[in-house]
Design a protein around this ligand. Structure first.
Ligand code: HPA
Length: 273
């Protein structure tokens, strides 16, 4: 368990380096990293320079925080996140979210690439996460509770904040973008799932599947942050179509959908209170 002192130390370091007080944080998933380039008056801080921060290893994940203004709002973007499959502990995966909470951030936007399970979805679709299913791997809250963040047994019934989902839907509608809504099933990876696992998730009510986001959201919900989760459906999950999965397809679709994804996220940030 990371101690609260470690979290405080990182937050204090960041507080000194930042020229703004961010109110919104955004975790940029696969393909969305370029959004950080649109942040004005940007201060970039490499993860490697932040005391106690884990360091990102995965290809295509740069590993830095970018803080500044986006549509006039003070934001903090995570370019590159920590995945459980990379070998980090759950504590390490969620460490940045706890530091964000300590910095006073109230709204968290988490983005990711996901496989589509719902057959009405197509690659390139965007999906608002309304709930999740996680039963593999331990909870990031396992171990001694940090009472300063939230209670031992925290409520998860509105983890994906309803008002933010409604705002996102309204904005998507205004922009003429189709947006799906569904349940995200967390799988630990790094293998893509088997067709049998996808059938299982489908029966259990998952609309999409991915290897990130859920640990971060659990910790954010525990700490009382408002959360908006958006998935880009980059491929149909294993066995949904009669073809194998490949990482290249995931990357290509994420790139294809990037512009509308960024347009949507920026418009949401502009309207966030
Ligand atoms: N499964 C798990 N994670 C993913 C997928 C998938 O099909 N696509 C993108 N991330």
């Amino acid at each position: 368990m990371e101690s609260i002192e470690h979290i405080k130390e990182s937050a204090e370091y960041l507080g000194k380096r930042l020229n703004i007080k961010p109110e919104i944080a955004i975790v940029l998933g696969s393909g969305l990293g370029v959004m950080a380039e649109e942040i004005e008056d940007a201060v970039e801080i490499n993860y490697a320079d932040i005391p106690n921060f884990p360091v990102s290893t995965v290809e295509g994940h740069a590993g830095k925080l970018v803080a500044g203004k986006l549509r006039g709002k003070p934001v903090l973007a995570m370019k590159g996140r920590f995945h459980y499959y990379e070998g980090y502990s759950m504590d390490q995966v969620v460490f940045p979210i706890r530091v964000m909470k300590m910095l006073g951030i109230k709204n968290l936007i988490v983005t990711n690439a996901a496989g589509g399970i719902n057959k009405e979805f197509s690659p390139g679709d965007l999906m608002l996460i309304k709930d999740h299913i996680k039963f593999f791997s331990e909870s990031p809250l396992r171990g001694k509770n940090i009472d300063a963040f939230g209670p031992r047994f925290n409520d998860m019934s509105n983890a994906y904040t309803l008002s933010l989902r409604e705002l996102a839907k309204e904005i998507a509608y205004g922009l003429g973008l189709t947006i799906r809504e569904g349940v995200y099933g967390f799988m630990p990876g790094p293998s893509y799932e088997t067709p049998a696992e996808i059938r299982m998730l489908q029966i259990l009510g998952a609309d999409a599947v991915g290897m990130s986001t859920v640990p971060e959201v659990i910790v954010a919900a525990h700490a009382g942050m408002k959360v908006l989760g958006i998935s880009c459906i980059t491929n149909m999950a294993a066995g949904i179509l009669d073809k194998p999965l490949c990482h290249e397809e995931v990357v290509e679709t994420a790139e294809r959908a990037r512009e509308k994804f960024i347009t949507l996220v920026k418009a949401i940030i502009e309207k966030l209170k």
